[in-house]
Design a protein around this ligand. Structure first.
Ligand SMILES: Cc1cc2nc3c(=O)[nH]c(=O)nc-3n(C[C@H](O)[C@H](O)[C@H](O)COP(=O)(O)OP(=O)(O)OC[C@H]3O[C@@H](n4cnc5c(N)ncnc54)[C@H](O)[C@@H]3O)c2cc1C
Length: 430
């Protein structure tokens, strides 16, 4: 069995940033394993700009952002294997992978970084009645067809789901000459970034139908149209509002699922809310020496946050390899999603191992305006900030400052929560 110090599964922005950081911390024997034919992950198909504002202070396209990290990997001579699929990982950090050239590869790693990203929810998960005609795609698949393969999937398009991929594809299909009839969203608000609603829908006069869903698919060989309906407060379609919309293409942007089959099989503890592994401040999972970062842990909307988080994973994997990182240092502080918060990453914090680059990442449950975002240990407030608007589509982060680290000492739990203040506040819903 081949022996390696550090194996990174996934060559997207998370895997690349973790590799570069581990190298810069002195680790030389690193292997990135990527199933695709090139490095860069999902960014290779995201040719719109808007990447890198936080990290580089400029707006890059997805491939440009990826390229900056690919170059850093190449400059450092970090090893990578393309067209190589990881099939299995074990609790002992043994990796089983396969490719055409080498056949089956068995590698024993002293440390592992999981950076497999996420995949899209498909029609199967939605149970929309109807035949299975051509013309129904996930938005990401359509994005790949248009941006990388040079195919336009259709000319009269409806998009179900107003997450960022759906919004970006509404603009992309329009720019390529298709007519985007509407974007339907089940919830009373869009799941995408505000800037994407403005730049991708409003600028092109594409209607956003909130609290609407698709109830029927029409057509046998090719999609001929769909029935849409308004939904009630329980998200059930209201029969009397049903109407037919003619279209030849339906793009689904109905959620992303972290790719964690490998993590689950290895016995890593999972968080059922994020569908990613439970991690500590070092982005280490429940298996010692196995780290995770990026969309495999929780779905990010901005790649800059993926880079931040992955640098922590790379740095901590390096310090684990140098024996400076012990999992038995102290009882961890548990992070808790309080009122109005869906989840908090990391799940556990070992106070003495916190670094000032650490952040608390979280998403809110609903749309809130004029509220206070609070981080507290019992009734000691560690952080408090007024927020004019918070939305589930925008991931939030709070840097953990030196003062917060000092103040956390001696506590067993840290809670992130929304506190209501002033007028115009919407009820916090759990
Ligand atoms: C359509 C779209 C638009 C976006 N727009 C923006 C934007 O405007 N601005 C912004 O900042 N962010 C944007 N993002 C978010 C950002 O691109 C992602 O958060 C980021 O790419 C996630 O990085 P990752 O490395 O975790 O995952 P990925 O980029 O998905 O990389 C994971 C890699 O792991 C590989 N892999 C998975 N399983 C295996 C296996 N078993 N064996 C080997 N390899 C494996 C995959 O092939 C892939 O290359 C967008 C994302 C999408 C999908």
């Amino acid at each position: 069995m081949e022996q390696r110090e550090l194996v990174i599964i996934g060559g997207g922005p998370a895997g690349l940033a973790a590799a570069v950081e581990a190298y810069d911390q002195g680790i030389r024997d690193i292997l990135i394993i990527e199933r695709d034919s090139e490095l860069g992950g999902i960014l290779q198909q995201c040719i719109h700009n808007g990447f890198g504002l936080h990290i580089f202070g400029e707006e890059l396209t997805g491939p440009e952002y990826a390229w900056r990290f690919i170059e850093e990997v190449k400059e450092r001579g970090i090893d990578y294997k393309l067209n190589t699929m990881v099939l299995d990982i074990s609790e002992k950090r043994e990796v089983l992978a396969v490719n055409e050239e080498d056949g089956l590869l068995e590698i024993e790693a002293k440390a592992l970084v999981l950076a497999m990203g996420c995949r899209e929810r498909t029609r199967g998960a939605l149970n929309i009645p109807g035949m299975r005609p051509a013309g129904i795609y996930t938005a990401g698949a359509a994005q790949r067809f248009v941006n990388m393969e040079g195919y336009l999937p259709g000319k009269k398009v409806v998009i179900l789901g107003s997450g960022d991929i759906g919004l970006i594809m509404a603009r992309r299909m329009t720019l390529e000459g298709a007519k985007v009839e509407m974007v339907c969203e089940l919830l009373p608000y869009s799941g995408g970034l505000t800037r994407n609603i403005v730049q991708c829908l409003e600028d092109f006069d594409i209607p956003l139908k909130l609290e609407h869903t698709v109830t029927q698919i029409h057509g046998k060989d090719r999609l001929e149209g769909i029935t849409i309906a308004q939904v009630d407060a329980h998200r059930k379609p209201i029969k009397s509002t049903e109407c037919f919309v003619e279209c030849d293409t339906l793009l689904l942007s109905v959620g992303l699922i972290p790719e964690n089959e490998l993590s689950r099989e290895a016995g890593i503890n999972m968080d059922h809310i994020t569908s990613g592994p439970v991690v500590n401040e070092s982005m280490e999972t429940s298996i010692e020496g196995v780290f995770a970062c990026g969309n495999v842990v929780h779905v990010h909307d901005l790649v800059d946050f993926v880079t931040d988080e992955s640098r922590v994973a790379g740095r901590c994997a390096a310090s684990y390899l140098r024996g400076k990182h012990s999992s038995e240092q102290e009882d961890p502080i548990v992070t808790k999603a309080g009122e109005g918060i869906r989840y908090v990453i990391p799940h556990h914090i070992r106070h003495q191992l916190l670094q000032k680059e650490n952040k608390l990442f979280f998403r809110v449950l609903d749309i809130y305006s004029d509220v206070k975002l609070v981080v507290r240990c019992d009734d000691q407030i560690l952080y408090s900030k007024k927020k004019r608007k918070l939305a589930p589509g925008e991931m939030e982060s709070i840097p953990i400052t030196d003062q917060m680290i000092v103040n956390m000492e001696g506590y067993s739990e840290v809670t992130v929560e929304i506190q209501q203040s002033g007028l115009g506040v919407r009820e916090c819903k759990k």
